[in-house]
Design a protein around this ligand. Structure first.
Ligand SMILES: NC(=O)C1=CN([C@@H]2O[C@H](COP(=O)(O)OP(=O)(O)OC[C@H]3O[C@@H](n4cnc5c(N)ncnc54)[C@H](OP(=O)(O)O)[C@@H]3O)[C@@H](O)[C@H]2O)C=CC1
Ligand SMILES: O=C1O[C@H](COP(=O)(O)O)[C@@H](O)[C@H](O)[C@H]1O
Length: 497
């Protein structure tokens, strides 16, 4: 990409610049944009935190973080350019009076991007603080990190607090999965290929599987995770966003609202899961100690800081149904968990079997065609097809074999570096394009669906099923598909389930 005339410089103000997300993801992503010459020469980066700090110390801090979490061997020329952009402002984000210091760092004649890498509980305080020093006008953009709320009600409160000062057109809600190259590729795969565009419905598709497995546990985040669980941490946002992109109708254009309107319709069409259908539609689990990649790991209840009575789920499998014309009768099976054998995210489309068998008794059960979209790692797309085995047979019958047409991005685009999701998203905010950010109504609709499941679990008083770390989740998750004569896709990168 090359910067064009429409790309304006901005003051990129990073609230929570000393926090984990900023250090591990945001500052390294800004560095990569710098390296790729995608930062406007006049753009500045203003780090904001509550610690008193000289600019030189902040610069040293950023440098150390880039080395630790970004590139070991920083490109000196890139770093010199990035360093020249850095400012630091000390603000107690809960103290309205402390925001005036920002006047010394931002230029009122330029676009200001406020990235709130702080706990969502203080988003309202930050907006109030910015308002108090008269810094907000219609050109200011605000970026909100997830999770926005804990349920529909608290999400509405946060959204309202921000909406008091910012119009929806100024608000960029992050779901970092929308910045992943392969998630974006769902749109091109579906709508740039007529072979898929015309076969993408209940006439041709039997069912869809979306799996997002992680081998890590909760990584020292007990306080946050135990309150959230896998449902709020992964399903409410990432899995429902992937599902929406897979299931949405073709948007009229690729502009932000066309895409978001279509995603919203999918979320609205999701059949409610409640106490009547909770047992047949969901399975939740909690990991016990085990081995992941040969290393012994503790169970969830033995993690540092754990409450040993916790019933929080670390694994979920859901049979989701979309009540609309396109998807009637096509289940979408979602599965996500911590401490699974490997890190792998995939969407697998199972097409319907052939209506009639031409190939004799040995091929009575021809396997269905499958489209496997590997989101991470080993990003790529694979289709399984049946082929004639070359050669002659005395009976004259045809021998068939299952083969794979495999497009691996690392081979096909060997010279291209796959950017981190945050690089893409930060660039889009600076360009002022909201297409990859989640609109308020989408977030609230997703909460409506998720809250109903959480409420049904609460009423059932059943604890999550234990599963050993290093496995693919509780046995019942296999049953969720097996009772419909289906099974989970066995990932190439993973072990047998
Ligand atoms: N870390 C991650 O991988 C991910 C994080 N997120 C989201 O990103 C956001 C930030 O998370 P994370 O970086 O992990 O959190 P951290 O707690 O590591 O960082 C938050 C930062 O906000 C600062 N802060 C909090 N309150 C105030 C205040 N009153 N005044 C000034 N500064 C304040 C903290 O300052 P101090 O250090 O002084 O307390 C800290 O630097 C959260 O919304 C989180 O949910 C989302 C996805 C992944
Ligand atoms: O948002 C989150 O995502 C990560 C997984 O992200 P990925 O890009 O590594 O797939 C997850 O580990 C974390 O718990 C969650 O908050």
């Amino acid at each position: 990409m090359v910067l064009d005339n429409s790309y304006e410089p901005c003051d990129f103000v990073l609230f929570g610049t000393l926090g984990d997300l900023s250090r591990r993801k945001l500052l390294p992503s800004l560095y990569q944009l710098e390296k790729a010459n995608l930062m406007h020469p006049d753009t500045t980066i203003v780090g904001v935190a509550r610690q008193e700090m000289e600019l030189d110390t902040y610069i040293e801090e950023v440098h150390a973080n880039l080395v630790k979490f970004g590139e070991k061997n920083l490109c000196e020329e890139t770093w010199e350019r990035m360093k020249a952009r850095l400012h630091y402002a000390c603000v107690d984000m809960k103290d309205v009076g402390s925001y005036c210091v920002l006047d010394d760092h931002v230029n009122p004649n330029r676009t200001m991007v406020c990235y709130l890498a702080t706990p969502p509980a203080i988003y309202g305080d930050i907006c109030r603080g910015l308002h108090s020093c008269k810094i907000i006008d219609s050109s200011v953009r605000v970026v909100l990190e997830k999770p926005i709320g804990h349920d529909l009600e608290s999400s509405k409160v946060i959204n309202e607090q921000v909406a008091e000062y910012f119009d929806e057109k100024q608000i960029y809600r992050i779901d970092h999965y929308l910045g992943k190259e392969t998630v974006l590729n769902l749109v091109s795969l579906r709508f740039a290929n007529s072979i898929f565009a015309t076969n993408w419905d209940h006439n041709c598709i039997d069912h869809v599987q979306i799996s997002v497995a992680e081998s890590v546990g909760i990584e020292g985040r007990w306080g946050y995770f135990d309150d959230a669980g896998q449902m709020r941490d992964m399903v409410q946002n990432h899995l429902l966003q992937i599902l929406s992109l897979v299931a949405m109708e073709p948007p009229t254009t690729l502009d932000a609202d066309s895409i978001r309107d279509e995603k919203l319709k999918v979320l609205k069409a999701l059949r409610s899961i409640n106490s009547f259908n909770i047992n047949e539609s969901t399975v939740r689990g909690q990991y016990t100690s085990g081995f992941v990649k040969g290393e012994e790991v503790p169970g969830y209840l033995e993690e540092e800081g754990a409450n040993t009575q916790s019933k929080t789920e670390t694994f979920i499998a859901i049979k989701a149904e979309i009540d609309n014309w396109r998807w009637a009768g096509v289940p979408f099976y979602l599965r996500t968990g911590k401490r699974m054998p490997t890190k792998v995210s995939e969407v697998v489309i199972y097409f319907k079997r052939q209506p009639h068998n031409l190939f004799g008794d040995s091929f009575k059960n021809l396997p269905p065609n499958k489209l496997v979209i590997r989101l991470q790692p080993d990003e790529g797309v694979e289709i399984t097809v049946m082929n004639k085995v070359p050669g002659l047979t005395s009976s004259g019958s045809m021998d068939l074999q299952k083969s794979k047409l495999n497009l691996s991005f690392s081979e096909a685009f060997a010279d291209e570096r796959i950017p981190d999701a945050y690089e893409k998203l930060l660039l889009e905010v600076m360009l002022g394009n909201q297409a990859l950010f989640v609109r308020r109504d989408e977030i609230e609709q997703a909460w409506t669906w998720v809250d109903s499941i959480l409420e049904a679990w609460k009423q059932s008083s059943e604890p999550p099923e234990p599963y050993q770390a290093g496995t693919w989740g509780p046995v019942d998750s296999i049953g969720l598909l097996a009772r419909e004569n289906r099974s989970w896709y066995e990932s190439k990168t993973g072990k047998k389930k």
